[in-house]
Ligand binder design. Structure first.
Ligand code: NAD
Length: 479
């Protein structure tokens, strides 16, 4: 049977992420039979909640997707709540007793998954206590799932990693980068290495540029306090953007084993050229929208009214290898942009022929909310003469297909259950990414008098367009 035995202990069970992502993902695994009779969840957080209240919160979180009331009832009956202060050793004893009793009640045989859905400042404290207060079992697997952000720079992430490693080995750690769970991000390697037409032309002789856009429509919402200290570079570039860069440019792995994929991703991330920040990176911060519908970043709740934090980053990533040195990878991410879109555009060079005035050959990988592939090529205009018209071969997934396909958290949580670490960020990758990002951050910190602004609901400051114009390029996605 595909059923896996598992006891989850979720730290931060009253939080936004738990309700929005984790409970729905666990429910989907339950409805598909991966979780069944031998499964229980202990939710912990500071608040005093009863089991009944907690189960109601869980039911509410799956209200839109439940198959029936009875099904939701059965699912939520596996949940217990334990109020808990992560800094208090005594509380871990209580937690251990509850965990042991649920382990025998549901015959789970020692498999434990510790989900740290809390501020990273607590990760070290929690993992140390889990080991010292013996919540770690001897008879089953023990896996720790960690949310972002993993540190705020290389040094702090190293400290955090050492602290966690004192209690858990690297192969017990699952650092979530939810982009790695997205269908269209996982498609990248399939597309690159299963199609000769793509594989053979995915080289610096043929490619003109690769462009990655991760654009959000929303502002900082309730996360002002965190975001104002973080900014877009740390919040998005260090993890999601650089992970996507590595998938787009890594060498072909020997196999899809975790080890082989990691090896190639790591080699790629370690070969990123330190950018000349002044010329190659641009930051920006959103101002109020022109129609006055949204306020400026500085007027958001819990944001410093003089803040110089960037809500937008654009940059030119260069890979220091013969294979890639001549292909610029333009990246861009920001809040309060014109549209919510994650996509990759790959542009080929023009042919050497003199016969035609051709349009660009262009591949677009739509990551979200649209999912699918579009390939733009030149076709001949119908009728006399040899005139061209650009056509787009398109394979877009329908809304229904998207709705039915597993969501990133569901896929990643299933991977954790199966002990498959391929789609998680390995420590080496995290460290290489921080090193790259720290260099940019330091250059910006030395020049902290001002920041370019952009109106909310635009595609960023003009400096972002100028960055590409210098190279004779332009953003291919320009809504
Ligand atoms: P949240 O602020 O909504 O929830 C935090 C949780 O931690 C709450 O349950 C709170 O009770 C608990 N907590 C705080 N201090 C505690 C203490 N001393 N003892 C016990 N419990 C304590 O946060 P969230 O949005 O759910 O995010 C959780 C984690 O996931 C964070 O690391 C965040 O960076 C990350 N994350 C969140 C999102 C998101 O969309 N919300 C996305 C990506 C990553």
């Amino acid at each position: 049977s595909k059923e896996k035995k598992a006891l989850y202990i979720i730290f931060g069970a009253t939080g936004d992420l738990a309700s929005r992502k984790l409970y729905p993902a666990l429910y989907r695994l339950y409805s598909k039979g991966y979780l069944k009779d031998h499964f229980a969840v202990i939710g912990t957080a500071r608040r005093e909640w009863s089991d009944e209240h907690y189960q109601n919160v869980v039911k509410k979180a799956i209200d839109d997707i439940k198959e029936s009331d009875k099904d939701a009832e059965d699912f939520s009956s596996h949940f217990r709540y334990q109020s808990h202060n992560v800094k208090d050793s005594e509380h871990y004893h209580t937690l251990k007793e509850l965990a042991d009793s649920l382990d025998s009640e549901y015959a789970i045989e020692g498999n434990r998954l510790f989900y740290l859905s809390m501020s990273p400042t607590f990760f070290g404290t929690i993992t140390t206590h889990l080991r010292d207060q013996e919540l770690v079992t001897q008879n089953g697997f023990n896996r720790v799932i960690i949310e972002k952000p993993f540190g705020t720079d290389l040094e702090s992430s190293k400290e955090l990693n050492d602290e966690i490693n004192a209690s858990f080995d690297e192969d017990q750690l699952y650092r979530i980068d939810h982009y790695l769970g997205k269908e269209m991000v996982q498609t990248i390697l399939a597309l690159r290495f299963s199609n000769r037409i793509i594989q053979d032309s995915w080289t610096s002789e043929n490619l003109s540029s690769i462009q990655i856009t991760l654009a959000e429509n929303l502002g900082v919402e309730e996360r002002g306090e965190y975001y104002d200290k973080s900014g877009a570079l740390r919040d998005m570039v260090q993890n999601h953007v650089l992970q996507i860069v590595s998938l787009l440019t890594m060498d072909e792995p020997e196999s899809f084993s975790t080890e082989n994929v990691r090896k190639e991703k790591l080699a790629l991330l370690e070969s990123l050229k330190q950018p000349n920040v002044k010329d190659e990176f641009v930051r920006g911060q959103y101002q109020a929208s022109e129609d006055g519908d949204c306020k400026a970043y500085r007027d958001e709740e819990k944001v410093d009214p003089d803040s110089l934090t960037e809500t937008f980053v654009a940059g030119k990533v260069v890979i220091d290898s013969d294979k890639w040195r001549n292909v610029p990878i333009y990246i861009r991410t920001g809040k309060r942009m014109k549209e919510k879109t994650s996509r990759i555009d790959v542009l080929w060079k023009k042919t050497d022929q003199q016969l035609f005035d051709e349009s660009d050959s262009l591949l677009t990988i739509h990551i979200s909310p649209k999912e699918g592939l579009e390939l733009q090529l030149n076709d001949k205009e119908i009728g006399p003469g040899m005139h061209l018209r650009p056509v787009t071969l398109s394979s877009m997934r329908s809304e229904e297909t998207i709705r039915k396909s597993p969501e990133a958290y569901e896929k990643l949580l299933l991977d954790v259950l199966n002990g498959d670490e391929t789609h998680f960020a390995h420590w080496g990758e995290v460290a290489a990414s921080w090193k790259y990002v720290d260099h940019i951050r330091q250059a910006w910190n030395e020049d902290l008098e001002s920041i370019p602004f952009y109106p909310a609901h635009s595609m960023g400051p003009k400096e972002s367009d100028e960055l590409l114009a210098k190279d004779g390029q332009k953003w291919l996605y320009n809504p």
